[in-house]
Design a protein around this ligand. Structure first.
Ligand code: WT7
Length: 635
């Protein structure tokens, strides 16, 4: 019997029980049956959540690109690995076969080596959704360099912070990028960032928009001529199971972004295994995840998971609204997409456009619909299910995080009966727990609490780059011996989970994880600003949007508030990126604070959400009088 592909509910429960009772035997069997190893492990798992330390498949040797590319060459050499769909529908799609991918990754890997990149070096990848992006990740993995992808929508300051935090030696970028009708001067952003990054010696530049860019002598090189001259053979570096594969930054509720470190073997095993089962992937399927590779969803479920299964993975450069809001459905129709994985914010935006743009296209190829990134509300769930899926493609509402590396709670399509807004059951090997605020585990069903995970799974992040103590503090100190997710969840009468949202100061806007602290820091840089507080409030399309309360240094001065709002949003855009701009900015004379000086965000959240019937206990406030003022002037 094979544990690798689950096909009915009984089997799910059977495999799940085995994965919990004998996790080491279970994961060892999966690892043995489905991957190629240069050397097998000495020990399947060792762990200690108090340190915290987790090691999977210790002693094993492998290269993830041999699993994602080389081993498919004999049987799938001419199969499309990456199907690139450009921003402009009039431009041709590009089918990159496994054997072409092999050559292109090797050439790229040789270019990296020729420019001094060695095993363990960090390489920052700031590239739009063009084939070079996927190829650059794999090229780093080929030679054991640690990639750090920065979403190509982040600002120069955000890029610089990330480059410096992990001491990247090299940056890979493009001249520019296309997003719908717009194009963005990526190289210009990199140039600005690098003024603050003395450690970067080389910049490789892919051509996409053919726009004019400045090439700095001795540092910047056009990528294509180097690739053309490079050999198509490059021996894979043999890596240890626990060697870092990549760093990916995610926002925290305080402080600078956290460079989550994922390692090689466990990440590979878990993303491949979840991909196969959570999407019920079969050999001739055409799978499409609409995320950007700049986020974990793209790392795990555009690149590594699909390729480890020899799948065809669609990579889309553009946006859902260009040239019109039918673009997603046109692509599904054009390529006969079988699995479609997107975010609730996109579903809500498309639902708003009506059904005509969906019905124009033939979506009969679809078998599985996925949702990820934030809770999916009931209305969006039904629209997705009825209008897109025609009631025949199960929706997998998959809950997971940058830190978890792979999908953690999800229905298995055609296996787990779905329920609107529920992520349903834990995936194989995952042991969730709901906790109360006092630190007790809540047993039984029909209960709500804070979501933790009790036992390690193979793709858990191993540390925060350069700050293990922060890793311990953030994830392992709230509840003893448990990984704390930062989310709240409830468990219904049959044991299905529904994620209710963040319980910390992280706000999810259009599926993007934003910490309040860096946004407040950006606002406070404005010379007129004394103090600020950001909270989330419900938004039709974005799920949550940002509401800022700002106090000014000199309230007597009559400054134009509209101009100030523009300047503040410009600052945020410069420091973080346009995704972090505020929808509403309210100027106030004070912020509600506790006696210890902490801003009481709970009250600000309620005011922003227009839910002021019960503000809760305000007696501990230092300045209760400001609450009424803020309410009176709320936007
Ligand atoms: C946070 C993690 C993992 C891929 C993208 C986001 C929220 C994610 C769901 C879901 C409800 C969800 C959680 C989580 N989230 N998926 N299906 N239902 N909430 O990765 O940027 O690390 O964000 O996204 O709040 O903690 P991320």
């Amino acid at each position: 019997m094979s544990n690798y592909h689950i096909k009915h509910l009984e089997e799910y429960y059977q495999v799940y029980r085995k994965s919990i009772r004998e996790p080491e035997n279970f994961w060892e069997e999966v690892a043995e049956e489905h991957f190629v190893w240069r050397k097998k492990w000495d020990n399947v798992l060792s762990w200690d959540f108090t340190k915290p330390e987790v090691k999977w498949f210790e002693g094993a040797k492998l290269n993830i690109t041999e699993n994602c590319i080389d081993r498919h060459l004999a049987t799938r050499g001419d199969k499309t690995a990456i199907l690139f769909e450009p921003n402009n529908p009039d431009e041709p799609s590009e089918h990159i076969t496994y054997s072409q991918l092999h050559k292109r990754v090797n050439q790229f890997a040789n270019v990296l080596k020729a420019h001094g990149i060695q095993k363990g070096d960090r390489v920052c990848i700031y590239v739009p959704m063009i084939p070079e992006l996927a190829i650059s990740l794999l090229a780093c993995a080929r030679i054991g360099a640690i990639h750090s992808v920065v979403f190509a929508g982040f600002s120069s300051t955000a890029v610089a912070t990330r480059i410096n935090d992990s001491d990247c030696k090299m940056v890979i970028t493009a001249d520019g990028s296309y997003r719908g009708a717009k194009s963005i001067d990526l190289k210009g952003i990199v140039d600005e960032a690098l003024e603050e990054c003395p450690g970067v010696k080389t910049v490789l530049v892919a051509k996409r928009t053919n726009s004019e860019v400045h090439m700095k002598e001795g540092r910047d090189l056009w990528l294509q001529p180097l690739l053309d001259a490079a050999s198509t053979e490059c021996k894979a570096e043999i890596m240890d199971a626990e060697d870092p594969l990549f760093i990916l930054y995610t926002s925290g509720s305080t402080g600078k972004p956290k460079g989550m470190v994922h390692t090689t073997a466990g990440y590979m095993v878990y993303t491949a295994y979840t991909f196969k089962n959570a999407f019920q992937y079969r050999e001739n399927d055409v799978y499409w995840c609409t995320a950007d590779i700049g986020w974990i969803t793209g790392h795990s479920y555009i690149v590594y998971g699909p390729l480890a299964n020899g799948a065809t993975s669609v990579m889309f450069e553009g946006v859902p609204s260009y040239p019109d809001f039918g673009r997603f459905w046109q692509i599904v129709d054009k390529h006969n997409v079988t699995q479609f994985y997107t975010a609730p914010t996109a579903i809500r935006a498309l639902a708003k456009q009506g059904v005509e743009l969906v019905e124009k296209y033939d979506l009969s190829s679809l078998k599985v619909l996925g949702s990820v990134g934030e809770p999916i509300n009931e209305e969006a769930w039904h629209w997705y299910n009825d209008v897109v899926g025609k009631n025949k493609s199960p929706i997998i509402d998959s809950w997971w995080q940058t830190e978890t590396g792979g999908i953690m709670i999800t229905p298995i399509p055609y296996v787990t009966p779905t329920k609107p807004t529920y992520a349903t059951l834990p995936f194989i090997g995952i042991q969730p727990a709901l906790m109360d605020e006092a630190g007790n585990e809540l047993k039984g069903n029909q209960i709500e609490g804070r979501l933790c995970i009790k036992f390690p799974w193979p793709s858990i992040a191993r540390t925060i780059w350069g700050n293990h103590e922060r890793y311990r503090e953030t994830y392992f100190s709230t509840y003893e011996n448990k990984y704390f997710t930062g989310d709240g969840a409830l468990r219904d009468e049959v044991g299905y989970y529904r994620i209710t949202g963040r319980v910390d100061d992280v706000i999810i806007v259009s599926g993007h994880n934003l910490g309040t602290a860096p946004i407040e820091d950006a606002i406070n840089e404005h010379p007129a600003v004394a103090e600020s507080a950001i909270v989330g409030f419900p938004h039709d399309i974005k799920g949550s949007a940002l509401y800022g309360y700002v106090t000014l240094k000199d309230t007597g001065e009559s400054r134009n508030h509209d101009n100030l709002r523009k300047e503040i949003n410009q600052l945020i855009s410069d420091r973080i990126g346009p995704i972090a701009k505020l929808d509403k900015i309210q100027f106030t004379n004070g912020l509600p604070k506790t006696r210890s000086g902490k801003i009481m965000r709970r009250i600000l959240r309620k005011i922003a959400s227009k839910d002021t019937s019960n503000l809760g206990d305000t007696s501990t406030l230092l300045n209760p009088e400001v609450v009424q003022d803020i309410m009176d002037e709320a936007l």
